[in-house]
Design a protein around this ligand. Structure first.
Ligand code: DGJ
Length: 692
């Protein structure tokens, strides 16, 4: 299959295993002619020849909802993807196509501005065997220009009778909630003005005509690989079409370019699926695991994290005690959370002073790291490099390093101010101490946290807070990864505040939420899994009652929910009963047996926790010969049905329960289903099936 072809001059076709994308050279930039199922060249040419919609009256433009990258002047009324302002205040540009270049699935459409030495390149890339289409834009200038807006892409699904929008929204402790609603006329803006991705919205959307299901129907979905301020504007235009603008920044300018410089947008991905929401998610997961994550083929270890057990009250002795219990249960990575450094005995002091607290670690971190190693585990550590407590030596020495407007209040959140990573000396300092920490110690894992948004951007802040912060964050992570290639990173921002395809290209897993209540987590994990694979989803088993919700859920249920991702333990282990510890050890053992299926397999959502009191999901191994089936009762009332989970996706053959030896023909599992015998609310089961 040719990934990119040009069956006639000015007609380009991008092909993925299950989709095709056809665009044509327009008067003033390319037009989308097809984003949907596969087409041959003949059909592509027919699609390219379909006349544009007829404008009704003088208030419409035939290119609205068709333009791949509209500017903000000219005969068009949809939101611009690009808005430029020249020193004299002029905004008008007109793009003339210079060249269309194709190399290995990468199409570059090169434009020059009609009168100015300004070049715009639209990039499209498809990868053999993968359905997502990558798009981004670069702008090179030989004249000064302010970039007010430069989206990564505009995605134009075909005209449908109605549109339904799926999105992920939330707040702290209630991250990544899936919402599906009719798309109203006008513009729905998802985004973040918080300088991190934020838990409020995630940069992903899906559109369908209201009839798609988990297993069937056409779905058009898009995502943005960016961890700073962002927007995805879903416009239902008066002409009946939809255009989805995805880009960095919110309402601020994104760059101020001097002659000889350039601006490159982050990547936006688009993916079409004819197999419903489930197939769309599986296509995303496969791509994220194999093309985005730095080591997606690795199996992630079972980790222990100290946060919910010791909070800020940690010291060498209690961490060693936790490590001993964690190792005895079968944990493979011990992560010490917040509170190990400076005067950080509560959240109001010490953040920024990254040397071990001498009262807590009189001989530094060495003895604890050595003990963790003796116990057969790797060592991981928590950091929050982008923030500072005003009560810290760092802030006393560099009060100007934080975002602020001189003479105006410095707004604290969680007693913190945000460090201005856009300043080179701040970025160098962050890189320097992290590099020294990783050089001095045998550290295998860094949990990189960020617990406050930026609120006071200050002078030149319009540019700093829109893009520079995230770019420097990426640069620091990239440098650290190059210098310390065995270290793995976890992205956290008070839970799921920095989960996106940009951060996942330079971290190994993410902490999806501070809410560890397993019943809530079912919903959070369902939202997370729309786009992101289980391989990237850290999930801890914590104590009962849960610190946030007060719920007392059975240990087994808590484990089973966490075993659907990268299993971790976050409870106060010395307080666990011996029987709980024995059960935990057995469940960790089971997790290690199914881990390759969960972390590298294909996800099938069987019943949604949003609409069913008997939610279920399954993973099928990459080879199709093993499955892990998860069944729960959650929000279930006594006596209500808890039907068996049907498994129509299993390949033909006889399947055996790896733990009990029970055997089932595939057609039985597809039609009757797997009966886990769940009875009471919060009963749960994980069944490991093997094809015999
Ligand atoms: C927020 C994180 O999400 C928690 O897991 C924990 O690391 C705390 N920060 C520590 O301050």
């Amino acid at each position: 299959m040719t990934l990119v072809s040009e069956p006639a001059p000015g007609v380009w076709v991008l092909r993925t295993p299950h989709s095709a994308y056809v665009l044509t050279a327009g008067e003033d930039g390319p037009l989308c002619r097809h984003w949907g199922g596969p087409v041959d060249d003949e059909s592509a040419l027919a699609l390219a020849a379909v006349p544009l919609d007829v404008a009704r009256g003088s208030w419409e433009s035939p290119v609205d909802g068709r333009e791949e990258y509209p500017s903000d002047a000219g005969l068009r009324f949809a939101e611009p993807a690009l808005a430029l302002r020249f020193p004299d205040g002029t905004r008008t540009v007109r793009w003339v196509l210079d060249a269309a270049e194709v190399s290995e699935g990468h199409l570059r459409l090169r434009y020059t501005e009609q009168t100015r030495p300004l070049r715009l390149t639209l990039h499209y890339r498809v990868t053999a065997g993968h359905d997502p289409i990558e798009r981004w834009v670069s702008l090179d200038t030989d004249v000064p220009v302010e970039v007010l807006r430069a989206d990564s892409a505009v995605w134009c699904p075909p005209p449908l009778e109605r549109y339904r929008l799926s999105s992920l929204h939330g707040r702290w402790g209630a991250d990544s909630r899936l919402e599906r609603a009719e798309l109203p006329a006008g513009t729905v803006r998802l985004g973040s003005r918080r300088t991190t991705t934020s838990p409020m919205h995630n940069p992903w959307i899906a559109l369908d005509d209201g009839t798609a299901t988990e297993t069937a129907g056409e779905v058009w979905t898009a995502a943005l690989a960016w961890s700073g301020t962002w927007h995805i504007d879903v416009q239902r235009l008066p002409v009946g079409r939809v255009a989805v603008n995805a880009g960095a920044a919110h309402e601020e300018p994104v760059a101020s370019l001097s002659p000889g410089t350039s601006y490159v947008t982050p990547v936006s991905y688009g993916l079409y699926s004819a197999g419903g929401f489930g197939a769309a998610s599986r296509a995303w997961h496969e791509h994220v695991r194999t093309r985005v994550l730095p080591h997606g083929d690795e199996l992630r270890p079972v980790l222990y994290n100290s946060w919910e057990a010791t909070g800020f009250l940690l010291d060498e002795a209690n961490q060693m005690a936790l490590a001993e219990r964690a190792a005895a249960l079968g944990c493979e990575l011990f992560v010490m959370d917040d509170g190990w450094f400076g005067a950080r005995v509560a959240d109001n002091a010490g953040l920024g002073d990254w040397t071990p607290n001498p009262a807590r670690f009189p001989n530094g971190l060495g003895p604890l790291i050595a003990r963790v190693g003796e116990l057969g585990m790797r060592f991981g550590i928590w950091v929050e490099p982008e923030a500072v407590n005003p009560d810290s030596d760092l802030y006393r020495a560099h009060p100007d390093w934080v975002y602020h407007s001189p003479g105006y209040p410095r707004h604290e959140l969680r007693h913190q101010l945000a460090l201005n990573l856009g300043r080179p000396e701040v970025a160098d300092w962050v890189h320097g101490w992290l590099d020294a920490l990783l050089t001095a110690h045998d550290i295998a894992f860094v949990k990189w946290d960020m617990n406050r948004p930026v609120t006071d951007p200050g002078p030149r802040g319009d540019l700093l807070w829109s893009t520079a912060h995230a770019r420097n964050l990426y640069a620091i992570l990239d440098r650290l990864r190059r210098a310390h290639p065995t270290v793995r990173f976890e992205s956290c921002a008070s839970g799921g505040g920095r989960v996106d395809l940009g951060i996942l290209a330079r971290t190994d897993q993410v902490w999806p939420s501070d809410n560890t209540d397993a019943a809530d987590r079912l919903l959070i994990q369902e939202g997370f899994g729309q786009l992101y694979p289980a391989r990237a989803m850290t999930a801890w088993v914590t104590d009962a009652p849960n610190f946030l919700t007060g719920n007392r859920l059975p240990l087994r249920f808590r484990f089973h929910v966490a075993m659907a991702g990268v299993l971790g333990i976050g409870g106060d282990l010395p307080a666990w009963s011996l029987s709980d510890q024995a059960e935990a050890a057995a469940l960790i053992g089971q997790y290690k047996r199914i881990r390759p299926i969960v972390q590298h397999g294909a996800l099938y959502r069987l019943r949604s926790p949003g609409s069913s009191a008997a939610p279920a999901l399954a993973y099928l191994s990459a080879a199709g010969d093993e499955a892990a089936v998860f069944q729960f009762l959650s929000g279930h009332h006594y006596g209500e049905p808890a039907p068996p989970a049907r498994l129509p996706f299993l390949p033909p053959g006889t399947w055996e329960d790896a733990d009990t030896g029970a055997r089932y023909p595939q057609a039985f599992l597809a039609t009757h289903g797997l009966d886990a015998g769940l009875f009471r609310n919060h009963d749960s089961a994980v069944t490991h099936l093997r094809r015999v």
